[in-house]
Write a protein that binds this ligand. Structure first.
Ligand code: HEM
Length: 144
């Protein structure tokens, strides 16, 4: 299955079951499988290079504070994967308010994240487990 298709299918499935998902005992193992905070930081850096090269989304990011974005997204993914981090950035709804992020843009970012994870040797299973958790944030990010 292509990366884009996999992302789209996951988003559709998880949108249907949103609210039913309960964190499993594998939370901490996902953090390990992503290479702990250092691995996540690498992956987020690669993601940022990919975003800049992606015409579907680059324009949304042209005025961001690069260091702040990197730190906050790394902490967020670390915490979300069960790691010992605390996300101290703004709430997702506030951050993305007024951007009118479309489904296409959300999928594009998710696709680039998958490719960044591939580049960093993250297993497909770990990729999918992280995507499942990110899809829960979807309503807080799109169409705002
Ligand atoms: C899985 C999806 C996403 C996640 C987990 C996510 C997460 C984040 C995080 C943690 C920040 C930093 C917040 C802060 O510094 O306080 C951020 C900022 C930002 N996000 Fe997202 N985001 C996602 C999708 C998107 C998409 C699809 C777009 C646009 C195409 C987008 C555009 C931005 C922009 C422009 C900023 C910087 C805002 C600012 O500094 O004022 N995000 N996001």
């Amino acid at each position: 299955m292509t990366t884009l298709l996999r992302v789209s299918v996951l988003i559709s499935v998880m949108a249907l079951v949103a609210g039913c998902a309960t964190p499993g005992p594998s939370e901490d193992s996902l953090y390990q499988d992503l290479g702990k905070r250092a691995g996540i930081a690498e992956m987020v850096e690669d993601l940022m290079y990919r975003i800049v090269e992606d015409d579907r989304i680059a324009f949304q990011f042209k005025d961001i504070d690069v260091v702040q974005f990197h730190t906050n997204l790394t902490d967020q993914l670390c915490e979300l994967s069960g790691g010992p981090c605390t996300y101290t950035g703004r709430p997702m709804t506030d951050v993305h308010d007024g951007m009118n992020v479309t489904e296409t843009q959300f999928n594009a970012l998710a696709e680039q994240l998958v490719l960044a994870m591939e580049d960093n040797g993250i297993s497909t299973s770990a990729q999918n487990r992280l995507l499942e958790r990110l899809v829960e944030l979807h309503p807080q990010i799109t169409h705002r």
